[in-house]
Structures are given as C-alpha cells and as structure tokens.
Design a protein around this ligand. Sequence first.
Ligand code: PMP
Length: 423
Amino acid sequence: MNLQQRDEACIWHPYTAQKNNAPIIPIVKGKGTLLYTENNTTYIDAISSWWVTIHGHAHPEIAKRIFEQAQILEQVIFAGFTHKPAIELAERLVKMLPGQMAKIFYSDNGSTATEVAIKMSIQYWWNQGQVQRNKILAFKNGYHGDTFGAMSISDRSVFTIAYRDKLFEVIFIDTPTPANLNELTNFLQNEGEDIAAFIYEPLLQGAGGMKMYETYLLNELLNVAKHQSIVCIADEVLTGFGRTGKFFASDHVYTKPDIMCLSKGLTGGTMALGVTACTKNIHDAFVSDDKMKTFFHGHSFTANPLACTAALASLDLLETVECIQKIGWLAKMNKAFSYDLERLNGIKNVRVLGTILAFEIDTGSDEYLNNISREITAFCLQQGVYLRPLGNTVYIMPPYCITETEYGQVQQTILNWIALNNQ
Ligand code: PMP
C-alpha cells in the first residue's frame, strides 16, 4: 500500500468530508514555502499551513534549537516546577506584547488559549464576589476555536450547528461600522454592567471569511467597554507575530486588551503552544489565601519546553531586520496585487491587511460550503500552489520567507483561475 492508501485505512482528517472528499496528499518534506510530495512535486504553501508557518517549513535554526532542547529537558509537569525556556519566553512576551501584560498562562493551542481567557475572565468577577457579572460578549461571524467553550463564544455557524443546544449563551454584536457604532456603544453603556468579558478578533475575522474592519471603530468600542470595566480579550491566535504588518493587531489599536490569546505563529508554526496573557489587575483577583480562588486549569503539555524553545527561536527570527523588512515587503506586494485584482470582473471585496490578501469570487452565494473552494484548490495544486479558500473567499497568507518568484507564481495562478472562469 502506498502512503495515501495507508492513510485512508486508518486516519480521519480535520475539516474533511468523509465521502467524496478531495484526495489527501502525502507530504514527505518541507523547505521554506515549499511542500514536497513523494515524487518531488512541490507546492507553495500560500496559506502557511492553516496560518501557522511564519518563517517557512523546517527552518534549520528552529530545528536546531528544538533538537538541542530535546536532549536537555523535553517535558516536565508545570505545576510545582518551572524551566528556563518557559521563563525566558514569558519574559520576552511580557515585554513585547501590547498593553500592560504581566502574566503568561501557557496551554497548547488556540482553542485552549481562548477557553482559558474566558474562564479566567469569568472567575475574575467570581473571585471578587460579583457572581452575577458573567455575560460574555462576542462578535457575530467571529471564530475562536473548536472546543465547547471556544465554540460557544464563536458565532453560530455550520461549524457549530450540530451542538447548538449544548453551547452556552453569548451576546453577539455586529462588528463596528460607521453606521452602527452609536448603536453598539449605546448598548455597551446600557448593558455593560452585566458583561464579564468581550472577546474579539482584532481587525480581522479569520475563519469567518477573512473579514476586515476598521481600527478606529474597534478602538471606540474598546474604549466604551473599558469604561464599563468589561474585560477585553484580544484573540490574536491568527493576527499575532507580524501577520497584520505589526507584531500584533492590537499594536494598531490605541486601546489595549486586558487579556490576549496567542498560538499559531508563536512557535513559528513548528510546535503546538498556546498562551493567554493577562494584566496584573486580572491576575490580582486570583491572589488570595482562599484556595477556592485558584485558577483550576491546566493541560498535560502546558509550557512544553520544546515548544517554548521553538517559540524563542521563532521570536529571534521575527525580530531580525530582515524579517521585519520582509513583512513590509509582503504587505506592499499584497497591496499592488489587490489593485490588479480590483480591475477584474467576477470577483469582489478585494482587501489587504499586512501579509494577508482576500477577496470573494462572485458566485451569488457567500457560504462556507460552496463547492468552488474545492475547485480552486484542485486547480491551484496543478499549478504548484496550495490555496484553501473559505467557501468563495479566496485568500493568501504566505510564510514571510516567500520569494518574489514564488509570490509571482501564486499571483499568476490566481489570475489564471479567474481568467478561465470569466470566459
Ligand atoms: N482563534 C482564532 C482567531 C483562530 O483563527 C483559531 C484557529 N483558526 C483559533 C482561535 C483556534 O486555534 P486552534 O486551531 O489552534 O485550536
């Protein structure tokens, strides 16, 4: 049996229909932006393998550091013990994160990072005797992960419909526009006292279709939320580590969050790690002689030393002048490409945020289950490019190491598909 057949015999893949699905492709090697198959076919990973691979695949420096750490300390229980990679990483994050982040709580993926944030903010009020202050506010069309808490705070969608009765209640509001801003701020002013926390994907709703919204509008909203003492949680699982042009999306926004969620690019996309960072004020509510005020949460692999080491190596790369310039260059390439796309028929809503470019194919129905996604993926693979549209929303989000030639190939592939379908 070849790899594909062996896979099919025993593996169930994520977000993959179990009948009539596209063939699963075995990948035997990765280097830079490229993924290699068994027969040496290459694909440019134009979506950074679900938005995680910021410095390219199998980066030698990150690989070396993980290898070295694996021979020193691979894992240790993180209650009662600590280790250097976790300490160094926390020290660096506290310094580089926007706002006044003071404490780093580790977990192991994006969903756990948001679950932790929600639990932390609810218990923040509970520990202060304000048990009734427990409502959660989130954006319509938002996405924060696939575990039950993370699903609950995500907008109801095809992803969650089967479990809708089991999800806890959340107040969903529209993302801000000039037209609805007053209504939203009025709502916060009137209802804010009962709201424990507000979770938002700053500037970009990723899985909800790469929808972008204005910085100043978010700022206004956060301002009012802060006045009402609502705990503001920035879910930067996707937008962190350079994606939006700055290190964090919250760096664009004047009003800073109280809690931040990080994962994906945190380790350069090499290992699973989640971070929930919080301010001193949040943490203070847990400092007590009363044991009931402990935050009873943890995972076996909390702060795994290998993952923390990978994150330190990734930060070293991210902070180089070369990488920062590359992020700026990619943002410019995206802008230039967006002007070309805007002139074409059959597509709409071309938009760019830093290293991310997105647009919709005008199919008449904007929905995630649109078959066009699969058609585009198949077409692009034939041209050596991997794209995975969200329904009819096509986006690119390449590793920062993408070369000019590779970017050109991604561009041309997209243009070829549009040309073919506009005939
Ligand atoms: N929050 C956001 C904004 C995300 O984009 C994602 C993943 N797409 C998550 C949370 C969940 O992360 P994970 O897949 O690592 O659980």
